[in-house]
Design a protein around this ligand. Structure first.
Ligand code: TXA
Ligand code: MG
Length: 349
């Protein structure tokens, strides 16, 4: 299959491009498109064959449910069995935007879309291309991140092409996305609302709207005994091909440790990359020392994380060492992604 890439105006998507993409979805196939978080790989959420095509293209286990993207709050009624009052308040506060909420599912949603679960994850993205495509194609697009399963999520159309060239018919190229890490996932089906995946919308922001909100207890667990409620959180994920290891401690100690490890690697003929910040960059000595930006700018760190992980691969690094970041606010999501990408390998100095 030839994968076409169509440049699309990110603010005012061309209607002929959107109708072409919508036609592909209504034929039961898939299209990659930008959202404000990461690029998604979309299919019609209400057709079982759509989800199958997504699983095939990504090489994704079919027990890993998909997020259904809508363009209007009123679309929720058809797919969610029950919408609690908190959800309405959260939708008012954060939709369109990077919050996904989980509800009991209605019969309209095929079990292929939800990986066999009787709940459905729903989000209204804010990206104009995503909204236009959803509206044009009937209102319900199931879309995981548009990467090969396990790889870092794509933040540009080039990343999507690297992973899925020849496996999907069309990529809508709306340029680099603004946020760079996936939406926050909130489960509203239990007694207490629970965050299943931290994201751009923080726990404090959610608590300010609905009061009590907890983390899925499995989020902090690093061994195989964890049973995360978002099935996707149990897989190694967001990972570059190179081995990634996190190093935590005071900046100077972290740098000496990493420099020593890079030296050992050099003797073995292995290439070492370092993911660091503007403030610490001068301390490192390795084959590739890449700053993700200032430590003060956590939004920028989130935006550049996946692209940088991919760059280490492109530059042929065998091993990557990364500094750790604060786990406050959006830092929670950054550390969650880094820990998963590293398979929880962490050195404390
Ligand atoms: O920002 C995002 O959320 C992006 C863009 C494209 O919207 N999408 C995304 O989808 O990150 P994906 O498939 O890569 O991650 C969805 C996560 C998976 O961990 C999946 O297991 C979980 O959501 N999930 C989906 N439906 C669920 C459900 N009914 N119950 C629990 N977890 C669910
Ligand atoms: Mg994903």
């Amino acid at each position: 299959m030839v994968t076409r890439v169509l440049k699309t105006d990110p603010e005012h998507p061309e209607s002929n491009i959107i109708s072409e993409a919508a036609q592909i979805l209504s034929d039961g196939s898939v299209v990659a498109f930008p959202t404000e978080t990461v690029y998604g790989l979309g299919a019609d959420a209400l057709k079982p064959e759509g989800a199958k095509r997504i699983y095939e293209a990504k090489g994704r286990p079919s027990d890993n449910p998909l997020i259904v993207h809508i363009a209007d709050v009123s679309a929720l009624g058809r797919i969610a069995g029950e919408v609690p009052r908190e959800a309405e308040a959260l939708a008012d506060a954060f939709w369109p935007g990077p919050l996904t909420m989980i509800f009991p599912k209605s019969a309209a949603v095929p079990s292929e879309t939800t990986g066999g679960l009787d709940t459905v994850a729903v989000r209204m993205p804010s990206h104009p291309v995503a909204l236009a495509l959803i509206r044009e194609s009937g209102g319900y697009i199931a879309a995981p991140s548009a990467n090969v399963s396990g790889r870092p999520s794509p933040t540009t159309a080039e990343h999507v092409l690297t992973d899925l060239d020849g496996r999907i018919p069309l990529i809508l190229d709306g340029g680099e996305v603004g946020i760079g890490i996936e939406s926050t996932i909130l489960d509203l089906t239990g007694d207490v609302p629970e965050i299943l995946r931290p994201g751009y919308i923080t726990q404090d922001q959610i608590a300010a709207v609905i009061g009590t909100v907890e983390d899925d207890p499995a989020l902090g667990v690093v061994d195989d005994t964890a049973h995360p409620k978002a099935p996707g959180m149990k897989y190694r994920h967001y990972a570059p091909n190179a081995e990634l290891i996190l190093v935590s401690g005071k900046s100077r100690d972290v740098a000496s440790k990493i420099n020593a490890l890079a030296e050992e690697n050099r003797e073995k003929g292995l290439k070492t990359g370092v993911l660091c910040t503007e403030e610490t960059k001068p301390l490192f000595n390795a084959d590739m020392v890449a700053s993700i930006g200032s430590r003060e700018d956590e939004i920028g760190i989130a935006r550049h994380l996946y692209a940088l992980l991919r760059e280490f691969d492109e530059c042929g690094m065998d091993q990557i060492y990364s500094e750790c970041f604060s786990d406050l606010s959006i830092g929670t999501a950054i550390m969650n992604r880094l820990e998963k990408a590293a398979g929880h390998k962490m050195i404390e100095v």
